[in-house]
Design a binder for this molecule. Structure first.
Ligand SMILES: [Zn+2]
Length: 369
């Protein structure tokens, strides 16, 4: 049974992460040159095309019997998983002093990856694909080419485990202190009753091992996403078909709007998950999954505390909308709540009892300064 020490992994990461991609807006054009350099160790294949004819790649490595598939960016504006996946591929290519870990993974597992399932949405920084379809609600209808491609790839590959990589908004918090939910996990339900099936137990065991690992670095910032059953969602249906599906939601870390710190923790989770699976005899108790605190929605980008709004003393909660400009992504403030926000935390709290606002425009003008 192999373990990796967090300090050693931090050391490897600082020198070796995939520094050719960074920031929130990650497009196919940025990952293609990296994929091309990987042909020495990964089997690289063109899996198909998006609705607007962009390439969707499939990378495979390892020769073991346990099969793992990882796909990222099925929602085009959720890029943290893609960055973390390329960090994982770097580790598998250049593990430095951890060759024994890499070799065990290759001996025991075969790993397939689809980095960026929705390259059209990535280009325009949208959740949906070019046909305005949410790929994560298209499992039954299969109206999107990208949904068909994913299902065909998974059915042909017959994975034991799937990693379904997403990003969640800043608003999600964890536990009593309302720390930001930097990483959240989900073992999707197979049916409305949310019954804990044997398959879900296996999924939960992997999540427990990833959570235990992350508690060393981001204690109290790991949450559990709602396991309400969604009949048309990808993870729920794959889990029901016997492909154990681990959903990872990358979220906010203090001041990390480019999600470069969250990306590192997402990579830590992915590597730990894969390493745990490669250890074979799983040695965690799935019940630990239920000790991970639920995601709450008690975090905001900015709170203006004790200000005067339309003659009343109150708090104002601001969320940023991400809007793609000519070449860069803008974070545009929007008033989300006007109420006492004592139960909320925020990335930034401005306490100034002298602030007086007549309307929302006033607030926006103030925030531009
Ligand atoms: Zn998503």
């Amino acid at each position: 049974m192999k373990h990796i020490k967090i300090e050693e992994l931090e050391g490897w990461y600082s020198k070796n992460y995939q520094n050719k991609i960074s920031g929130r807006w990650i497009t196919l054009g940025q990952i293609l040159p990296i994929i091309k350099t990987m042909k020495n160790i990964f089997k690289v294949e063109l899996a198909g095309y998006s609705y607007q004819n962009r390439d969707i790649y499939d990378l495979q490595v390892g020769k073991g019997k346990t099969r793992i598939i990882i796909w990222t960016q099925m929602h085009g504006n959720e890029s943290t998983g893609t960055k973390a996946l390329f960090d994982l591929l770097r580790f598998l290519d250049k593990p430095g002093g951890h060759a024994d870990i890499r070799d065990q993974i290759f001996d025991n597992c075969t790993i397939k990856c689809i980095p960026m399932l929705n390259p059209d949405g990535a280009e325009t920084y949208t959740r949906l694909n070019a046909q305005k379809i949410d790929l994560n609600r298209d499992f039954i209808d299969k109206k999107a080419l990208e949904s068909k491609l994913l299902q065909k790839t998974v059915n042909d590959f017959q994975p034991d485990y799937c990693f379904n990589m997403h990003d969640q908004r800043t608003i999600f918090s964890v536990g009593k202190n309302n720390d930001p939910a930097t990483i959240s996990f989900l073992a999707p339900s197979e049916e409305k009753s949310r019954r804990v099936t044997q398959g879900r137990k296996s999924t939960m065991e992997v999540i427990v091992s990833m959570n235990n690992f992350l508690q060393n670095v981001i204690p109290n910032q790991v949450g559990r996403y709602s396991d309400e059953f969604y009949p048309t969602a990808t993870g729920d249906n794959f889990q029901k078909m016997g492909y154990n599906t681990i959903l990872i939601e990358s979220g906010h870390y203090n001041n990390d709007y480019q999600r470069e710190i969250t990306r590192k923790f997402t990579f830590f989770a992915l590597l730990q998950g894969v390493l745990f699976i490669s250890n074979g005899t799983n040695k965690t108790d799935y019940k630990g999954y239920f000790s991970i605190p639920d995601n709450e929605k008690n975090y905001l980008d900015i709170i203006l505390k004790d200000v005067e709004y339309r003659g009343n003393k109150t708090d104002v909660g601001i969320l940023f909308d991400e809007k793609l400009g000519e070449k860069i992504l803008h974070f545009v403030p929007r008033v989300d709540k006007i109420e006492k926000l004592s139960n909320y935390r925020a990335n930034k709290i401005i306490s100034d009892t002298n602030l007086i606002f007549k309307n929302e425009e006033d607030i926006k003008t103030y925030l531009k300064k």
